[in-house]
Design a protein around this ligand. Structure first.
Ligand code: COA
Length: 325
């Protein structure tokens, strides 16, 4: 049976220039390089300039993804931006990206599922591409999480960073098997009863301010390994593949201990996991496409490889997505 699948034909990413090391943070908050590395695996994070909004990071990542796909801004007919830190409450970051890139009139909107945003956005864009409604979709994860930090709260401010990653999705005809190029399956979940574990204490309809990120880290940690492992097995079922078939795991980069915990629970080969948390920290919806770009650029992820993306974040949301590159 012939089917149309959404294929990832280009990947790109962008990190702001400024690097903030653990030692830099230890100068103004009661923490240490040793504690941060041991508990999270993080050594440094990038931080955007004051005059560099999220849309700027998104646009640069998108330009690089379009170049990798051999496409131009005029070809784009759908923009989905996964972000929890848009430039403004509205318009959507996607609208601003469209203007800055010079993309013609098309659907453009944001998806807000916090750290799971990129997996959610891929599923939304796949709906357009697989139904013939888009021939060249830009799916972007872009965040400036440092804007949400309470710099006096050592339990959160050491964990996050800024950055953006993007992919181009184009339709490819397949036979309806897991050998097809393109997106093969998804699992998306949310448990709204756990909103109080990870949230921002502000917003337009509550405080009228942006607010700061608040997290019960050890409770989030407890849910993470179990939820992510379940999402991966469920996604593999949906895609018609075994976990052992996956060539590359590209996890959301929140914490090396969570990634290792999931790996141990599922018996994954550590050498098949792309890890960037050490240098990027947690960039929320941007972390997966940033890591994907690292794996593609350094030659580990090759055409034809089976790739699995997974994430968990505020909501609590979590999910996974499998595609053949
Ligand atoms: N530097 C030094 N000490 C710190 C610290 C820091 N940056 N942050 C917390 N501590 C202290 C705590 O105050 C606590 O001290 P106490 O025992 O005197 O009260 C101690 O370290 C242990 O705190 P705890 O929160 O139990 O540590 P933990 O081992 O759970 O590690 C996290 C904390 C945040 C690293 C961990 O819970 C985590 O990664 N959770 C998941 C968070 C996550 O990834 N969220 C995003 C999902 S998208």
């Amino acid at each position: 049976m012939s089917v149309i699948r959404s294929a990832v034909t280009g990947v790109g990413s962008y990190l702001p220039e400024q690097i903030v090391t653990n030692a830099d943070l230890a100068e103004f908050v009661d923490t240490s390089d040793e504690w941060i590395q041991e508990r999270t695996g993080i050594k440094q994070r990038h931080r955007a300039r004051d005059d560099e909004p999220t849309s700027d990071l998104a646009v640069e990542a998108a330009r690089r993804a379009l170049a990798a796909a051999g496409k131009s801004a005029e070809d784009v007919d759908l923009i989905v931006v996964a972000t929890t830190t848009p430039d403004m409450t509205f318009p959507a970051c996607a609208s601003i990206v469209q203007r800055k890139l010079g993309v013609p009139v098309c659907p453009a909107f944001d998806v807000q599922a916090v750290c799971s945003g990129f997996v959610y956005a891929m599923s939304v864009a796949d709906g357009f591409v697989a139904r013939g409604l888009s021939k060249c979709a830009l799916v972007i994860g872009a965040e400036e999480m440092t804007r949400l930090m309470d710099w006096t709260d050592r339990t959160t401010c050491v964990l996050f960073g800024d950055g953006a990653g993007a992919v181009v999705l184009e339709p490819r005809e397949g036979q309806g098997t897991s050998a097809d190029q393109g997106l093969l399956g998804f699992t998306l979940r949310c448990d709204g009863s756990k909103t109080d574990l990870l949230y921002v204490d502000g917003g337009p309809a509550t405080t009228g301010t942006v607010g700061h990120l608040r997290m019960l880290g050890n409770q989030v940690f407890r849910h993470a390994v179990v939820n992510i492992a379940e999402a991966i097995t469920s996604c593999c079922d949906a895609a018609g593949v075994e976990v052992s078939d996956i060539d590359w795991f590209v996890p959301h980069q929140a914490n090396q201990r969570i990634i290792k915990g999931v790996g141990e629970r599922l018996g994954l080969d550590e050498n098949k996991i792309i890890l960037t948390v050490e240098t990027h920290a947690n960039t929320s919806a941007a972390s997966i496409p940033l890591a994907l770009d690292v794996g593609v650029k350094d030659g580990r992820i090759k055409k034809g490889d089976l790739v699995l993306l997974e994430a968990m974040g505020g909501g609590l949301t979590w999910g996974a997505c499998a595609f053949r590159f």
